[in-house]
Ligand binder design. Structure first.
Ligand code: ZN
Ligand code: ZN
Length: 409
């Protein structure tokens, strides 16, 4: 028995005026998704908890069976793992942006004019490693203006605030300890020194001198956020008896899965954008299932289009994914289960995450089925799975696969 969990990021939505008061799923009316819902069983998922708008990091932890309320500290470590870095449990990791910051601390552009990957890489080389107050700093560039920072050393803590104002104010925030512990105070102080040092190095870097000459915003500052520690997760294979792999474009999803002990399958053309190569991803799922019991297939574009307030394009993307899943179904062995859901609701007329539940379906040889014949937020209210929490999805799936141990005797 095997299973594929398909997560369409930010799949859940609300009724959209521009779609005749339908949700993008209702508007898409995809024949493959509707067939899976008709033959399978359906329901709604409160991914993290009822009414709580959640991020993709906590959402995926929950969907994989890990309670984010007990294991989550911040997004940084997942981004670092997803970028291919190795972390120790006591490291503190941040996600970072190269930004343009004025002398007085005003953030002029938090993406440094969307600086290219090539330029960012060269800049990153100049600040790769540093030691401050006995703490080792490692900075790695990932894509475009993004990167990750790892702090390693004795007596540090992830309890430090974001430097990135992220639209809330217009000035760089000083890293502050989030509690009174000497560890948090030491971490905030060392981080502040690191940021000042990198500012000096970046300010006079040849790449930035060239950018100023061309009237482009210099990437003269590192904005950190999402400080966190890697949770010590019970490996997925131990928890559910399933050898697992992930097929995704975005680093975060690979990172969450790596933390749970998944194999990461790198797929050409899996970009985590609207232009992602769904065909290649489906092929990778089929190939991965030959040697594994469980594959997580993640598609980011549905969330991106929701943030861009494009409900119609979101519906089109849902249809593209549905068609790709149709091709996948043709190639699956008859003992395979398929579950489809989202990691949170992103209403595409609001453009941000909300805490509404997300539709879910489970299809496979032995499901009881229910009377629901369509896959959307409203139809799935009447499904046989009822309303479940995100952390309950994996036990339900693993129960079908017969890999759970008996509770009691
Ligand atoms: Zn998400
Ligand atoms: Zn989002």
């Amino acid at each position: 028995m095997k299973a594929v969990l398909v997560v369409l990021d930010g799949l859940g939505d609300r009724r959209c005026r521009s779609l005749g008061y339908m949700t993008p799923l209702q508007y898409a009316r995809n024949r493959v998704l509707d067939r899976l819902a008709a033959e399978g069983e359906t329901g709604l998922v409160d991914v993290v908890a009822r009414g709580i708008p959640n991020g993709s990091d906590t959402g995926h932890l929950a969907l994989l069976g890990y309670d984010p309320f007990t294991c989550y500290t911040g997004r940084g470590p997942f981004e670092a793992l997803g970028a291919g870095l190795d972390l120790r449990l006591d490291d503190v990791a941040f996600r970072c942006n190269f930004a343009t910051v004025a002398e007085d601390g005003t953030v002029i552009d938090r993406r440094a004019g969307r600086i290219s990957t090539e330029e960012s890489r060269e800049l990153a080389e100049s600040i790769q490693t540093m030691e401050i107050d006995g703490v080792q700093f490692t900075f790695r560039h990932t894509v475009e203006h993004r990167g990750v920072l790892i702090m390693r050393g004795k007596g540090i803590s992830h309890r430090v605030s974001n430097v990135d104002p992220h639209g809330k104010t217009s000035t760089v925030q000083k890293p502050m300890p989030l509690d009174d512990s000497p560890e948090s105070i030491k971490t905030a102080q060392a981080l502040e020194k690191f940021l000042e040092k990198t500012r000096q190095i970046l300010q006079t870097h040849p790449i930035n001198i060239k950018r100023r000459e061309k009237n482009l915003p210099p990437a003269n500052y590192i904005l950190t956020r999402g400080a966190g520690r890697l949770p010590n997760l019970l490996p997925f294979e131990k928890k559910f008896g399933l050898k697992a792999a992930v097929v995704a474009g975005g680093a975060l999803y690979k990172g969450v899965c790596r933390a749970a002990g998944f194999d990461v399958v790198n797929v050409e053309g899996a970009t985590g954008t609207v232009n992602t190569n769904l065909g290649n991803k489906i092929n990778a799922v089929i190939e991965s299932l030959k040697t594994r019991d469980f594959v997580l297939l993640h598609v980011k574009a549905t969330d991106t289009l929701s943030h861009d307030k494009k409900p119609r394009e979101k519906a089109e993307m849902i249809n593209r994914v549905g068609e790709a899943l149709g091709k996948m179904l043709e190639q699956l062995s008859s003992d395979t289960y398929v579950a489809v859901t989202g990691d949170h609701t992103t209403p595409s007329e609001i453009g941000d995450h909300r805490g509404d539940p997300v539709p879910v379906l489970i299809w496979g040889p032995d499901v009881r089925g229910d009377s629901v014949t369509k896959f959307d937020e409203i139809s799935c209210m009447y499904g046989g799975l009822g309303r479940i929490r995100g952390v309950e999805l994996m036990p339900i799936l693993a129960n079908y696969l017969g890999t759970l141990e008996l509770y009691g005797e």
